[in-house]
Design a protein around this ligand. Sequence first.
Ligand SMILES: C[S@@+](CC[C@H](N)C(=O)[O-])C[C@H]1O[C@@H](n2cnc3c(N)ncnc32)[C@H](O)[C@@H]1O
Length: 294
Amino acid sequence: MSKNTHGATSALIQNAPAAASLREFSFSDEDFKGLAKLAYEHAGISLSDAKRNLVYSRLSRRLRVLQLQTFREYRELVANDAREIENFINSISTNHTKLFREDHHFDHLRSHVAAPYAQAGARAGSMRIWSAGCSSGEEPYTIAVVLKRELRSFHNRDVKILATDIDTEILTKAARGEFAPNATTDVPHGYQSFFKNIVVDGQEKVTVEDDVRSLITFRRLNLMERWPFRGLFDAIFCRNVMIYFDGPTKANLIERFANQIKPGGWLYIGHSESLTGNHPQLKPVGRTIYRKVG
Ligand SMILES: C[S@@+](CC[C@H](N)C(=O)[O-])C[C@H]1O[C@@H](n2cnc3c(N)ncnc32)[C@H](O)[C@@H]1O
């Protein structure tokens, strides 16, 4: 089974019976703890015991590809090979996402960010939006069509969306911007026309127009590392990423996001995420939406 962007299959992997005796490779406590430590050190990802089967099944594929016999050999390899660290992180990251996921965020983006920007006309300056942890791109493409619907044309507009993820494989997919035909099922009626059907290698797909696509720049960025930004963002989307981090890692990230948003700008987080306590600069203004004050 390959790593996928669909929650249902991920859940199947996570709930698979332990079946340690049926395993192709022996997988000790020490192996799991060693790999969990690496995930934490390199990506901030906290792997609880409940993720043991998921880690086993995702990484077994790497062992087969590399023709290794044991997880112990894999641990030695990944600890000493930067290229394999990349494959390791790609394998363990969970990429579930969809177009217009948590659509109340996009209603808010339209009314509080895109519409005022459109109304400001030539007086409006630049608009910068960051999709942090963009996975296969459904989030930044959704942001892009919301902007397109309000602005109609990007001519003489300085609008850019930065979409970043730690997972290099998923970013390659994101940059293609091609989705399965049923990906638009939950796209609200008013946005359906921004997606068009295409055929790629004999397969039906949906995609967006080039002017929408060209708003987005995809880059690899590990949120745990230094961020190379010169300017601030009007809005940051970091949704369903912090659920993989522990408390101190989340708190530190929220602090860094607060410093990276323009005064009056917005932070959108995932449905099961929250800011711990009252943040002095990020005021809650709606369901999982925060505004930077001061
Ligand atoms: C579940 S997806 C969320 C996608 C999208 N934001 C959404 O809500 O639909 C989580 C993404 O976070 C990325 N991620 C995990 N740890 C990361 C890190 N340290 N730096 C950057 N991205 C990370 C994963 O690779 C994955 O693509």
